[in-house]
Design a protein. Structure first.
Length: 288
């Protein structure tokens, strides 16, 4: 676990730019447990203010970059983390503020690229304004996946063939900044995560489910991915979706994947009869 205090006096407050999902809430709660006082900047239309009762916050449209920067400075948030998915805006139909226009000019060349390329530009821009972008894993280790089998069930030999195939697919497509997740069954790729996200990937593959559990969801970081802004994440809903799709299990990467409400994730996996395995951090060398 991380023992260092991320809000040391000389480092200022932690600012959380929150998108969809449970991860921003979980992070805010973990930081509060560590004695911190994070400030939440909720992306309008993505994060629900009702989930953040008791936390200081402001809700801001994604295009108002100037407001984000102004509030971060006002709240002395020298360190900033971006958590939770945010739908890519329609760049042809947005009305940004002045800072948003400057950023839009910067990212114009990345519009056709994947999410990682876009997030790199946004992170670089925020850092140039005097803030430090920091990853969730650098703030608390409580949400990081440990190594090995996390529940009572382990992958069988046939599952390892699917896991290895999924790992190879993510490695290959990662060069094109495509997806963090793939579903493989009998070494046949049923689906690869694209712009729709993991939930919709699993939903698509559920249309091809068998009468018995088969296939694996493999979710890993892309090669050279910037984990500060977009670390692969699973949670209880992931387990429920995998169960509904009649897949056999979930594979992530130790130290490079976040698990929201890990106890509940493991409980649901055991209850549903699916395995939850976390590959060794040395996955790039082919280690299991």
């Amino acid at each position: 676990m991380v023992s260092a205090n991320p809000n040391k006096p000389d480092q200022g407050r932690i600012g959380i730019i929150a998108g969809k999902g449970d991860l921003p809430v979980s992070l805010a709660e973990k930081l509060k447990e560590q004695g911190e006082d994070p400030f939440l900047l909720l992306v309008e239309g993505e994060a629900d203010p009702r989930d953040y009762v008791g936390f200081p916050l402001e809700e801001i449209p994604i295009t108002k970059i100037g407001r984000f920067l102004k509030i971060l400075k006002r709240e002395n948030c020298q360190r900033v983390t971006m958590v939770g998915p945010v739908a890519r805006p329609d760049f042809k139909n947005i009305l940004p503020d002045l800072e948003g226009l400057k950023l839009l000019g910067r990212i114009g060349k990345t519009i056709s690229k994947g999410d990682d390329g876009l997030l790199r530009e946004i992170s670089a821009y925020v850092e140039e304004k005097g803030f430090e972008i920091i990853g969730v894993h650098e703030l608390t280790g409580d949400l990081l996946a440990g190594a090995g089998t996390l529940g009572r069930l382990k992958p069988e030999e046939a599952d390892w063939l699917d896991i290895d195939k999924g790992r190879d697919v993510i490695r290959a497509l990662g060069a094109f900044d495509i997806g963090q997740a793939v579903v493989v069954r009998d070494e046949y790729v049923l689906g690869v995560e694209a712009a729709e996200g993991t939930e919709n990937l699993i939903s698509r593959c559920a249309d091809m489910k068998r009468d018995y559990p088969a296939g694996v969801l493999v979710k890993l970081p892309k090669p050279a991915q910037d984990l500060r802004a977009d670390m692969p994440t699973i949670g209880p809903d992931t387990v429920r979706q995998v169960t509904a799709a009649n897949l056999k299990g979930i594979t992530v990467q130790a130290g490079a994947c976040l698990i929201v409400d890990a106890d509940e994730v493991i409980r649901l996996a055991d209850q549903s009869g699916i395995f939850l395995h976390s590959l060794d951090i040395e996955i790039d060398t082919g280690s299991r």
